[in-house]
Design a protein around this ligand. Structure first.
Ligand code: ADP
Ligand code: ZN
Length: 284
């Protein structure tokens, strides 16, 4: 039996399926305390059998380097009760024989979209999500990349849009990309949540401007063949086209990868990318 777990800040998904990413059966439930969340997930799996491999796609910050002592552990997350929780420890205790592979939610989504979604067959893909936070998963030469930690794309500094004086909402850096362009940032900047801002509102030019600058950093460093932008905020009408247009403007004719059109696209797997990615991790 092959199992996948997607651990999100608000909901958790547990599934059985295949290492090729086919979901056989899944169950979604709210994420609560770590102990309760993992005992529900492992209990559900135990009713179905004993997994030989479990892939996990989790929110971060998270230890993702297998040779490091913190592999499979949540790091300094502000989510109450979760800092230092060992996901891998809980799963090894429940299923001692299972091979457990842990990745960030965004890397799992990048993998899923690259295998069977919006970037099918591509080996160099970036997946950006814009929701409560901003993050990016990167598949480079077929590898999900990490340094000593996973990338922290959302906390990159981006140039300010001329005449933008909004302070930003990141508790660490104020005006990093996440501070200037996450869902909560849009709500604070414009006085109403992103999903209530109409498509012709100036908010969307500002939002696309920041995402285009963020995307250009990815292009400059890992030269993806395609960039997928998902997450709640990306669902605004025409958003991907706006980012692509601005990216072409600021690239000023340089950066060959972006000539491959369409370059900035919506996810195909939508809400399923994380759990499909978790299943795909078991085959790596
Ligand atoms: P989370 O990051 O918590 O998983 P989401 O990815 O769903 O959550 O993102 C939530 C954000 O997306 C909120 O700021 C919300 O206003 C915004 N959002 C949700 N739907 C839309 C939409 N159709 N258009 C624009 N923004 C949206
Ligand atoms: Zn920040």
């Amino acid at each position: 039996m092959i199992a996948g777990i997607e651990l999100g800040g608000t909901k958790t998904v547990v599934a059985t399926g295949t290492g090729e990413g086919a979901v056989t059966e899944e169950w979604r439930f709210p994420t609560t305390t770590p102990e309760e969340t993992f005992s529900r997930a492992t209990g559900w799996l135990r009713e179905r059998g004993t997994p030989s491999a479990i892939g996990v796609a989790a929110f971060g910050p998270l230890g993702v380097v297998p040779r490091h002592g913190n592999y499979g552990k949540l790091l300094a997350t502000p989510k109450p009760g979760w800092a230092d929780y060992s996901i891998i420890g809980a799963l090894h205790e429940a299923f001692p024989g299972a091979q457990v592979t842990i990745e960030t939610d965004v890397n799992a989504a990048a993998l899923a979209e690259a295998r069977i979604g919006a970037a099918s067959g591509m080996e160099d893909v970036a997946y950006i999500t814009i929701g409560t936070g901003i993050g990016a998963g990167i598949l480079s030469g077929g590898h999900l990349i990490h340094g000593t930690l996973h990338p922290e794309f959302g906390h990159l500094k981006v140039p300010r849009k001329p005449d933008d004086h909004f302070a930003g909402v990141c508790p660490f850096h104020a005006d990093c990309l996440e501070g200037l362009a996450s869902g909560p940032s849009m709500a604070a900047r414009w006085g109403k949540p992103a999903h209530e801002l109409p498509p012709d509102h100036p908010a969307w030019n500002t939002e696309a401007w920041y995402l285009a600058h963020g995307a250009l950093s990815l292009v400059g460093i890992v030269a993806p063949e395609r960039v997928i932008i998902g997450g709640g905020v990306s669902q605004a009408e025409g958003f991907h086209e706006k980012v692509e247009t601005l990216l072409n403007e600021i690239a000023a004719g340089y950066f060959a990868p972006i000539q491959h059109k369409p370059y900035i696209v919506a996810p195909h797997l939508e809400q399923q990318a994380g759990i499909i990615g978790a299943l795909l991790l078991t085959a790596r």
